[in-house]
Design a protein around this ligand. Structure first.
Ligand SMILES: Cc1cc2nc3c(=O)[nH]c(=O)nc-3n(C[C@H](O)[C@H](O)[C@H](O)COP(=O)(O)O)c2cc1C
Length: 213
């Protein structure tokens, strides 16, 4: 893809339309993604807000097949163990179809993680010895929105955290800069569309919340 296309790609997506149609796209083509495009989505991430404008984030893009396989070999069993109760519950014919679809896509991702062109890790400085997930999530959301804008499929994942320091060490991240998210990125097989969400009218209150239990 020519440099000029990368500069202009995604610049015309209306902001709210982009927000409303950003869903998890976990079925990815193995075709390579230009590094300049990964730089572009990470640049979007750097415009996120952060406490005191500390900008604690770092991004590690893993693309080498053996390195992706090493991560996938850890993510897969952790994810399949996590999802096992839902797989059991989904045997019930009453199980909601949207959740069943979502679960299938998540299992597909776990089984094909090594084929995703890029595994993007988002990491950040700890504060008073604690990981600062909340400081990094706005940047993570910007990655997802920027992927939506340029047409790349992406999904926020966290199951790699089950491995504690092992994956971070292997990524070269020091103890005071742990990862908080892994975002598989690639050209999607599916399409961006409105995800299934409950209506804002079920969660917006004025002055005082009522009936939440
Ligand atoms: C904090 C967090 C952690 C998540 N971890 C994973 C994960 O490990 N694996 C995965 O496939 N999806 C993960 N997801 C994606 C959610 O499953 C997804 O956003 C949700 O099912 C809604 O799907 P949709 O965005 O396509 O509508 C995570 C999402 C969040 C917000």
């Amino acid at each position: 893809m020519a440099e000029i296309e990368i500069d202009t790609l995604g610049e015309d997506v209306p902001l709210l339309e982009g927000i409303r149609t950003t869903r998890s796209l976990r079925r990815l083509k193995p075709d390579p993604v230009p590094p300049a495009l990964i730089r572009k989505v990470c640049e979007a991430a750097t415009f996120a807000p952060s406490g005191g404008n500390r900008q604690p984030w770092f991004f590690v893009a893993v693309t080498e097949p053996e390195r992706k396989a090493w991560i996938a070999d850890r993510y897969r069993p952790a994810f399949l163990e996590y999802i096992a109760p839902a797989v059991e519950a989904a045997k019930d014919p009453e199980y909601p179809e949207t959740q069943r679809k979502n679960m299938r896509a998540a299992i597909h991702l776990a089984e094909h993680l090594h084929e995703a062109p890029v595994l993007l890790f988002v990491a950040g400085w700890t504060r008073r010895g604690r990981p600062q997930l909340q400081a990094l999530m706005p940047a993570v959301q910007n990655v997802l929105l920027a992927c939506r804008a340029v047409g790349l499929g992406a999904c926020l994942t966290q199951l790699h955290l089950a491995f504690g320091r092992e994956i971070d060490e292997w990524l070269g991240l020091p103890e005071n800069c742990p990862s908080c998210a892994m975002i598989p990125i690639g050209w999607p097989r599916g399409r961006y569309a409105r995800p299934s969400r409950r209506s804002v009218d079920t969660c917006l209150f004025w002055e005082r919340a009522e009936g939440i239990d």
